[in-house]
Structures are given as structure tokens and as C-alpha cells.
Ligand binder design. Sequence first.
Ligand SMILES: Nc1ncnc2c1ncn2[C@@H]1O[C@H](COP(=O)(O)OP(=O)(O)OP(=O)(O)O)[C@@H](O)[C@H]1O
Ligand SMILES: [Mg+2]
Length: 250
Amino acid sequence: MLEIDDLGKSYGGTPVFSRVSLRLQAGEFVALLGESGVGKSTLLNAIAGLDTVDTGRVKIDGAEVTRLDERQRALLRREKLGFVFQAFHVLPHLNVQDNVALPLLLLGRPDPARVRAVLAAVGLEDLGQRLPAQLSGGQLQRVAIARALVHKPRLILADEPTGNLDPRTADKVMDALAAEVRREGAACLLVTHSAAAAARADRVLRLLPQGLAWPDAPATAALDAGAARPTAPATAPSGRAAASSAPPPA
Ligand SMILES: Nc1ncnc2c1ncn2[C@@H]1O[C@H](COP(=O)(O)OP(=O)(O)OP(=O)(O)O)[C@@H](O)[C@H]1O
Ligand SMILES: [Mg+2]
């Protein structure tokens, strides 16, 4: 579903990350940890084709994002990707319900029942008519999550989606996210600082300046499910890029 090979990015000559390689299977839930400023959000943006990279390539469901033009990338995102941004990015002039319905409208597949279902899944069933300015930070975050899930994307990229939530609500939202991943067979890459959220993942990775390290010690209990999977691991702790089994680009 997601193939990343030797991805590297720098800002004005200062490297952010390098040698990031990763495979995510359909239905796989991977948590990404890392210190503030290490480049987690930059990496998600690069995967989504919202930001450029210096080296490497990204493939989503067989399409090489790093080779598509801007229009093709936008279409790919619309169809296959659910992105929960760290800064939400909800549209201020649309109410909650219309914000969540937007991905379906853009795909020409309006589905009010589905919109109601995802709003209920994140506990916002009564707030559909509110404008974003009338919501709390945690409620806004849940709008962003519902919007990322509504069109049943193949790949979900979520940037600290429970960062503003109390533990109980965070748990409920993680339930909804995990259920969606399992039910729809989506792949999910979740950036989080929460041990509770990471504990639900099949695999836990840590972003370091020299690449991805795994397994991550504090959440080894969560590694059992992922350990048996025949996926190529992320870049080894030594920084050596994982072997690529992907075919050459068409
Ligand atoms: N447009 C930019 N120009 C220059 N440097 C940038 C730019 N955007 C981000 N950076 C730098 O790149 C690094 C990675 O930023 P990023 O937002 O990806 O970190 P992060 O791991 O998501 O951190 P956090 O956990 O705080 O969200 C940071 O040091 C940041 O200051
Ligand atoms: Mg970030």
C-alpha cells in the first residue's frame, strides 16, 4: 500500500531526515514516534506529495507520488489518502457536517449516512451544524479525523490526532481509527507522542535524523503482531536502507 525508499529531505542545506525506507501493508497500523522537530510532520507531508524531497521515492497503492505532477498528486490524495493534519485545516466557513462531507463531494460520491456514521464514531453526532469557530480544540481535531476517514481512503496519515484530547476521548477516537483501518483494510501511519496510542499499533517506529529505527523499546508489547509480518523492515538502526522489492517505475 505504501512503499518508501531512501527518502531524504533538507531545508536550505540542513538535513531534516535521510534514508527513510518503509513498507506498509493494507490493514497495517504503524505508529511513528520521534522527538519534536525531528521531521515527522515533514515526512508525512512528503509521503502525501505536499512537500518535495531531495532523495528517494514514495509509492502509494502502486503510484509513484514522487514522479507525479501536481494535478496527479492532488487526484491521488483525493482518492486514496486520508490526512489528519497537526493543525487540523478545517474550512472555517463550512459547518462540521459539510467539512466532513467535503471529500465525498469532491469525489462526486455524496453520502449523508456515511457522514453521520463517522461523526458518531468520533462522538460529534450532535455538533454537525456548528461552525469550526464554535468548537473546542479537541472537537476540531475530531472533525479533522472524521474528514480523513469519510471516503474510506487506502492510506491514512495522521499527525498526532489525539494530541488535544483527554485520555477517554483519545481512546474513543483511536478505537474509531483502528476499527476503520481493520474494517476497510486501509494502511495507517500515525504520528504520536502517546504511549496508549502507540500500544495499539502493529509496529512502532522511531524517526531519527539518520532514518527509521525499529522496534521501539517502550512499546515492545505492541510489536508481537507486526513481528511476524513478511514486510520489509524500515531502515535498520545502522542507517542502512532496507532492500527494495519494488519493481522499477513504469
Ligand atoms: N519551511 C521550513 N523551512 C525551514 N525549516 C523547516 C520548515 N518546516 C519545518 N522546518 C524544520 O524542519 C524540522 C522538522 O519539522 P517537523 O515539523 O517535521 O517536526 P516534527 O517532528 O513534526 O515536530 P513536532 O513533534 O514538534 O510536531 C524542524 O527542525 C523545523 O524547524
Ligand atoms: Mg509535527
